[in-house]
Design a protein around this ligand. Structure first.
Ligand code: G3P
Ligand code: CA
Length: 253
């Protein structure tokens, strides 16, 4: 017997970390640039500052994408907010700050854009980060018909989100299958009450898409960056694609 597929109120095309290659990833500049290219849904990475502010950054450490040093989650927001999160990318973006989730959420809400918030906890903080992201998202989107999609590689983060705001849609991210077949990932996504499974794009095949849909899971992939890879996923019948190539694909397709 198959489970009904949950609604998918999101676009098929999702811009990874904003326009995260053409502009410094996860900054307001990257989201704005993605919007200029016509994109209407953005993936981003959320973590907690030491004083509980949800901000957007991919890595646990500050060095690659800011002029700071050490573990990002060890600093209070007041210090994180002073960092340059754009100069590493190019001179044009020097001084671009790290954004809070709330800032980006308000911009998305004002412009009717969708958000996929990946809960990317500092090690050891999965449960509380999941809880904090979901609480904030539930408050900001409370009067909206379409909520943001919360996702994570970490089941504990999704459990925290589920506890804090069970009504928000969740997705399990998986980079590689422990069992080869994907059955364990399907079972885990279902047990976490997820509406979607977000896989490394190379893992999807026709049989797995059929099994995921039959299990009531939408099929999403990251991050196909060439036309052949993206077309393969569309032909397989997957529901959405997260890509870096905002300048290559047409998000209205
Ligand atoms: O959310 C999909 C994708 O962003 C997961 O990988 O490392 O780019 O956060 P990563
Ligand atoms: Ca991510």
């Amino acid at each position: 017997m198959s489970t009904a597929l949950p609604p998918w109120p999101y676009p098929r095309w999702i811009a990874h970390r904003g326009a995260g290659k053409l502009a410094p990833e996860n900054t307001m500049a990257a989201f704005r640039l993605g919007a200029q290219y016509g994109w209407r849904m953005f993936e981003t990475d959320a973590k907690l500052s030491s004083d509980g502010v949800v901000f957007l950054m991919h890595d646990s450490h500050l060095e690659r994408t800011t002029n700071g040093h050490g573990v990002a989650g060890d600093l209070p927001w007041g210090q994180l907010a002073q960092l340059d999160a754009g100069g590493w990318h190019s001179r044009q973006y020097a001084g671009e700050p790290l954004p809070t989730l709330e800032n980006v959420a308000r911009w998305c809400l004002a412009n009717h854009y969708h958000l996929n918030i990946e809960i990317k906890p500092t090690p050891g903080t999965a449960l509380e980060t999941g809880r904090a992201v979901a609480q904030l998202a539930a408050r900001l989107w409370q009067s909206q018909a379409v909520a943001p999609l919360l996702s994570s590689f970490q089941p504990e983060a999704l459990q925290g989100a589920r506890k804090a705001a069970p009504q928000l849609p969740r997705a399990l991210l998986v980079d590689a299958f422990a069992d080869g077949s994907g059955d364990a990932a399907l079972a885990q996504a279902a047990s976490l009450g997820c509406c979607a499974l977000v896989l490394n794009h190379a893992l999807w095949n026709a049989a797995l898409v059929t099994r995921a849909h039959a299990a009531g899971l939408r099929c999403v992939s990251y991050t196909p960056n060439d036309e052949w890879a993206a077309q393969r996923l569309i032909d397989l019948g997957t529901d959405a694609v997260i890509t870096d190539r905002v300048e290559l694909f047409s998000p209205a397709a």
